[in-house]
Design a protein around this ligand. Sequence first.
Ligand code: XMP
Length: 514
Amino acid sequence: MEKILILDFGGQYNQLIARRVRECSVYCEVRPYTMTMAEIRAFAPMGIIFTGGPNSVYLPDAPSVDPEIFRLGVPILGICYGCQLMAQSLGGLVTAAQADSAREFGKTETFFDTGCSLFYGIPEKSITWMSHGDYMAQVPPGFALVGHTDACPNVAIADEARRFYGVQFHPEVNHTEFGAQMLHNFLYRICLVHGTWKMGDFCQQTIASLRRQIGDGRVLLALSGGVDSSVLAALLAEAIGQNLTCVFVDHGCMRKNEGDEIAAAFARWPVHFVRVDAADRFLEKLAGVTDPQQKRRIIGAEFGFVFRDEAERFGITGSDFLAQGTIYPDVIESGKGGADVIKSHHNRLLPPEVVARFKGILEPLDLLFKDEVRQLGRELGLPEELVTRQPFPGPGLAIRIIGEVTQQKLEILREADFIFREEIAAANLADSMSQYFAVLTNTRSVGVMGDGRTYDYALALRSVTTSDFMTADWSRIPYDVLDRISIRIVNEVKGINRIVYDITSKPPATIEWE
Ligand code: XMP
């Protein structure tokens, strides 16, 4: 099989590089930079990518590679830190940028030598996305300068004879206009792959490896009814059939009718499906809690305790497994590998005693992005309405009610959110939006209805368009649709007298408010 090895130096976008390589129909794995030469040879990559990373190559304990890697005869692409590491290892000189002007962050106009194989077929000038404070003061022998900006003479280097390339910018992020084409060039023109890998291969490989790992054991799947856990249910059903028990916990913070809809959808599947009504348990624990991370911790832990109780009930033992539909953005936003904790996704918060209760936790989707999970769902033959379902966070409406979660607020939000969704469907806008929902702010404001004064909650509407949910843009909902939604909600939902529409993108905001 054609394989690309991505050596991880701790950059933020490493899985994004992997995803871009997969998009080019090439199998790849992200491995730590500490991988030994023997392991690298056994892996037999057709090309190697060094990722970015937060360090400076000239500092004493900076991550490095065995120089032997440059004698393998395998093409290498270094990105950002990876580029500087290659430059330094091969006799160049990297220093901290002396002038502030040589440090570059963000979108930068860049000029390319399009005679270089890496830049084949792209314009001579385009935007790249930079994030570096270090500078290649001296390019290593054998390398040519193949890219520059106004501030920096050497943002891309190439030794075409040895097939070594380095770029100071990030080709994997969408902000780099022709980044995907550059990675495609690296794979197809430099590593000479044929591009035979498909999502179907991932599906079959994952099923086979789940079978090997689980053996005769059983699996309790934490099923939320959303895309990720439903796709995992299909994958596990394929792998182990009747040894799978899917547990859907209704924590009382679901959207209107949602619990029944999920139960009805799974009743049509030949899988063992269990619905647990745990609303009282969750709401009791959430009483008086206002801090978002605290809500998330309580809900994540309580999910774990319910799974433990259900495992007892169904005779699932310590030699069996718990499975979760965790995907890559859940992992990275919860602060994996030193990344900042943006918000702890519920599936990252299992109490240690729950984890210890099982032989292991299975999270086979944890390297995939949302749209890749959807592709996998299609591969597994899941119905389109399930595959395209908008995401719903595990903690549910609890993190869409700012401040304390109460029964009364849940009822208000459920009704308002339902009307919002109904009107979006009626306006045929659902397909153009990735996720849309209502948020009950904790702010009350004065209004006038009939002839009387009101002092009720302000409701926020949120809708975003995104493919990977790591970045998102707010949706341009037509004013007349917003108008209809606003009129209906204020008229039909007691307790709301003001509607605002959230017009922030991610970043700087996140999709959910908490
Ligand atoms: P944010 O708000 O971080 O959300 O921009 C990104 C995506 O993740 C969803 N989300 C969650 N999903 N458990 C989940 O399963 C969680 O705890 C959680 N928090 C946020 C969010 O709805 C969006 O699709």
